[in-house]
Write a protein that binds this ligand. Sequence first.
Ligand code: GLN
Length: 309
Amino acid sequence: MITAQPDYQQVLESIQEEVRPLLGRGHVADYIPELRKASSERFGMAVYCLDGRTFSTGDADVKFSLQSVTKLFALALAFSREGDNIWKRVGREPSGNPFNSLVQLEHERGIPRNPFINAGALVITDILVSRFVQADVAVLQFMRMLADDPTIDFDMAVAQSEQKTANRNSAIAYFMKNFGNLHNDVSEVIDTYCRQCSITMTCSELAKAGAFLAKHGTVPWTGQEILDPSSAKRLNALMLTCGTYDAAGDFAYRVGLPAKSGVGGGILALLPGEAAIAVWSPGLEANGNSLAGTYALERFTTLTSRSIF
Ligand code: GLN
């Protein structure tokens, strides 16, 4: 039963206290050397309610590297332009494998399981590279518009750091090209993908940018329809089943919200019809999701008696 709207500020403040023992735990992503600089002691959380009220705690106004959280926005942009055509090139099933795994691609003939693992996100990037003159800038502009902030930007140090070490993603891209499921040059797709992943935002900005997906595809403060309600509902379903990789089942059990995570330690979660919630803490658990961030969202849905179930 949905109760009266909780006191979100109080909820966030108790969560801030509750996560304290977890800070400093987990593993900060270091396979992209530049990400290593983030401190696992950091924690921020923000709630953007669809009626415009906002709540935040801790480091909610510190920028962090969005990494795979951007896969959600790239997918929304591609889906809004290409519709169901994208499903000819990427699936909609959880992978049960790590986000950067190559193993399923051979069996499934270069068609990635879903758009949130790296292989699937590279296909989405390829679709955007075919569609836009500068696909990375198209994603950036889309996110600036959604966050209502023209200063959102790439972090070129992170983008270059990832480009230099992108051997695994390049292998994935070449493999898919071999199956005819990558239409542009591998180097162009990888460079575009790395720049997209390097976009930085704060929790407050991210919660606002994701709010359209909680509001059935419509930007709450302008009324602009980005996706029709049916498409927005489908992206929510993909977030629930695939947004936190091979931990998606456990995440649904513990948190019960559609969400998208990134190795920068950010997670965007949606409470459809009510709010978007962003959390950031760089220490990751083994699947590449924020350890304290996941716990914070688990406490959020418990303390507020809210989830999609
Ligand atoms: N840019 C990162 C990569 O491709 C994103 C991974 C992630 O956030 N899970 O490895």
